[in-house]
Design a protein around this ligand. Structure first.
Ligand SMILES: Cc1cc2nc3c(=O)[nH]c(=O)nc-3n(C[C@H](O)[C@H](O)[C@H](O)COP(=O)(O)OP(=O)(O)OC[C@H]3O[C@@H](n4cnc5c(N)ncnc54)[C@H](O)[C@@H]3O)c2cc1C
Length: 396
């Protein structure tokens, strides 16, 4: 085998797709521990096609989001994956939020993203139930079925004669610089010349397994959602976002139309006590101990404990969650909400307590480690997959 890719999320699959399309002489296998692809972040996200407006100009996120979005639309149109470019508004609900909105507009223009500053009257035409002093209208954003897209990527890889192997968790790695890598998996050993680690919530652990010493730890942040009842869906026409807190790489709870016809509200950002901790009560002793013994966690907590507590309160109380939603749509009532499935973000944290803002991809002689592929990595996947594939191709 030439390349083994660990992780059947959208980043691993997009990397396999790129290699199978542009380096057809190379053999590729994707190894996924679950019995299906897209079982974690890719299948538990907001389903938004991000425009690329928020990201620092010149960053990997900025470059790959724009290009990835373009390719995503072409891929989904070709492969009949549901998507819709419904557009979005980012809303300054009060005067305090106006400077933050202007900063997003500045970044958006630097990233060459089509956006228009609008006042309350125009906002009321687009989203009649939203209240704000000013907003940015971003037409080139949308929604997509990311699980469907991941399945279509896996199909395309298989059609080209490669293997996407599920129930094949990687449990060990023996990296021999002269003769490649032997991976132990739940379905037997796999030998490969090169390995790409797209393990999402376990990417740092897999990097350690390969003998690397990653400078970051993946910290799981659960995103909890509600959905609007069918009668309340009239409150939202497209995508409605607040001005995010610039101290965090999360976008704040928002309203998202889904391709299935519903409207989701969320996600929050609560520290999870297990890497795959989808519910508040999910606790994994060893994984929690790893977080608590990482110096970066306490540095982060010391700076942002108030925000962390608020997220926990919101997680436990619909009343507080509702307060965040009313910031954008004041007329929303508790009876308009139903709890919905949650997702867990894999967010890299440095030892000094910084949440890594950009994508982070490192390399050793035989292994490429994708250590931070946080949002908008689903939007950007086809471009990130090319980026990883071409870094690898230099070794072929
Ligand atoms: C709540 C939430 C909302 C989000 N909203 C958006 C959005 O609207 N738009 C957007 O662009 N992005 C969004 N994101 C981010 C996006 O979902 C992720 O950036 C993207 O899915 C990352 O893909 P991935 O392939 O790196 O990770 P994953 O999808 O998590 O895939 C990693 C895979 O590795 C597998 N794995 C782990 N360990 C092993 C092992 N030992 N052996 C084999 N396999 C292993 C896992 O089972 C998993 O399937 C959101 C994320 C979350 C959690």
């Amino acid at each position: 085998m030439d390349t083994a890719i660990i992780g059947g999320g959208i980043v691993g699959l997009a990397t396999a797709y790129h290699l199978s399309k542009n380096h057809p002489e190379q053999s590729v296998v994707v190894l996924e521990k679950e019995d299906r692809v897209a079982a974690h972040q890719t299948g538990h996200n907001s389903g938004v096609i991000h425009s690329g407006i928020y990201y620092t100009p010149g960053s990997l996120k900025a470059k790959n989001c724009r290009e990835g979005k373009r390719r995503l639309q072409r891929f989904c149109a070709d492969r009949d994956v549901d998507y819709e470019m419904c557009g979005k508004v980012i809303v300054a609900a009060n005067e305090h939020e106006r400077p933050g909105l202007r900063e997003i507009e500045r970044k958006g223009r630097a990233n060459e993203i089509d956006c228009e500053r609008i006042g309350p009257e125009r906002l009321a035409e687009i989203e009649p139930h939203v209240r704000g002093v000013e907003a940015l209208r971003v037409p080139n954003a949308g929604i997509v079925d990311y699980t469907g897209m991941a399945e279509a990527l896996a199909d395309a890889v298989r059609e080209r004669g490669h293997d996407v192997r599920t129930s094949a968790g990687v449990t060990g790695m023996d990296v021999r610089s002269s003769s490649g890598v032997v991976l132990q998996t739940e379905r037997g050993p796999v030998e490969a010349e090169h390995v790409v680690n797209c393990g999402g919530l376990y990417a740092d652990r897999l990097a350690e397994m390969s003998g690397a010493a990653p400078s970051v730890q993946v910290v799981p942040f659960r995103g909890e959602y509600y959905e609007l009842t069918p009668e309340a869906r009239r409150l939202c026409n497209g995508l409605i976002y607040p001005v995010p807190d610039p101290a965090f790489p999360f976008l704040g709870v928002h309203f998202t139309k889904t391709v299935a016809g519903g409207v989701e509200c969320g996600p929050s950002a609560v520290l999870a006590f297990a890497r795959e901790g989808y519910r508040f009560g999910d606790v994994h002793g060893r994984e929690l101990a790893e977080i608590l013994s990482f110096p970066g966690f306490w540095r982060l907590a010391a700076r942002h404990w108030k925000k962390g507590l608020l997220e926990i309160v919101q997680s436990l109380s619909t009343r507080y969650y509702l307060r965040a939603l009313r910031h954008l749509i004041p007329e929303i009532e508790r009876s308009d909400l139903r709890p919905a499935a949650s997702g867990v973000r894999a967010q890299a944290l440095t030892r000094s307590g910084e949440l890594v803002d950009d994508f982070l991809i490192t390399e050793t002689e035989r292994v490429v480690n994708v250590l931070n592929a946080a949002s908008p990595a689903a939007t950007a996947a086809l471009s990130v997959g090319e980026h990883i594939g071409e870094r690898l191709a230099q070794r072929f």
